[in-house]
Design a protein around this ligand. Structure first.
Ligand SMILES: C[S@@+](CC[C@H](N)C(=O)[O-])C[C@H]1O[C@@H](n2cnc3c(N)ncnc32)[C@H](O)[C@@H]1O
Length: 284
């Protein structure tokens, strides 16, 4: 790589390196990472293609390229992920929010007409993306996010402040509902749901960079549902509703757990790929 390195050349050289490494979206990744290094939107890079990178920018681009070739996700390198049209900062303590999880946000917001000023509990809040997306579109709602990982709680609180939602969202460290006394109108959770045995099948972007505690849930992937569903039943108001994200094929197993804990047979909600991604239910 020459010392007079233009933005355009940097994008082309990173694209070639990413192609050679077998990455799925080499040009897009190259554009985002070069844009991040030079502090320009990826869409503005073409117009500035001739601009020569400073020494510091070139060093950043080389660092980003080396990390991406080792399969570190673009979002981990930039520290940002878009979710529900909002920008979330992510850290090594938080799951990288997935677009599938927007199905959960959408299912909760569909209940808006049923509550005036609901209290919402987000179990396993991670970056806070679910709770904060809901609060952004539901100005009368307030909420609490709980996570066992104190680093995630810190990250979620910072996201709330950045999004102007700190006045309506609080966060605390704890295991599911264990330290809670309050009852909530809506409880929502995207818990870990990958079976321990599926670890080897995960993409390196997931296995190496998402926190282990955010991913795995015992031999059948249902351990977190078993642990959290009884507490959710206790901490829901009479008119409350519980929404759970689930993995592909988990609907029957999670529905059995819900019914066994005193909930009605759940309704299903699909994600954009048509997969059942969310179960919603009420106390029986
Ligand atoms: C799949 S991630 C979801 C994160 C975030 N809600 C999202 O959708 O991007 C699961 C989260 O549950 C948290 N978690 C795991 N075990 C927990 C427990 N016993 N109590 C509370 N949170 C837990 C993890 O730290 C992680 O942040």
């Amino acid at each position: 790589m020459s010392h007079a390195w233009s933005i355009g050349r940097a994008v082309n050289e990173l694209t070639a390196a990413f192609e050679a490494a077998g990455l799925d979206t080499p040009r897009l990744d190259a554009r985002i990472l070069v844009g991040h290094a030079v502090k320009l939107e990826a869409s503005l890079l073409f117009a500035r293609g001739e601009r020569i990178l400073s020494g510091a920018e070139a060093a950043l681009v080389r660092d980003f390229a080396a990390r991406r070739v080792r399969h570190e996700p673009v979002s981990r390198i930039t520290g940002q992920r878009g979710f529900w049209g909002l920008d979330f900062a992510i850290t090594p303590d938080t799951l990288d929010p997935r677009p599938d999880t927007e199905a959960l946000v959408s299912a909760v917001l569909a209940t808006k007409a049923q509550y005036i000023a609901p209290r919402i509990l987000d179990l396993g809040t991670g970056s806070g993306c679910i709770l904060l997306a809901i609060l952004k579109d539901w100005p009368e709602a307030t909420g609490l996010g709980v996570d066992i990982n104190s680093g995630a709680v810190t990250a979620a609180a910072a996201n709330a402040a950045r999004l102007g939602l700190a006045g309506r969202a609080s966060f605390q460290t704890g295991s599911w509902c264990e330290d809670l006394e309050e009852r909530f109108n809506i409880i929502v959770s995207n818990p870990p749901y990958i079976a321990d045995g599926e670890r080897c099948a995960l993409a390196p972007e997931v296995a190496m960079y998402d926190p282990e505690v955010a991913l795995f849930a015992g031999a059948d992937g249902l351990a977190a549902y078993r642990a959290l569903i009884p507490g959710a039943r206790t901490h829901l108001c009479k008119d409350g509703q519980l929404f759970l994200e689930i993995g592909a094929g988990q609907a029957p197993g999670v529905a059995d757990l819900l019914i066994g804990a005193g909930f009605r047979a759940p309704e299903t909600h699909l994600d954009l790929t048509g997969t059942i991604r969310c179960l919603g239910t009420t106390p029986a």
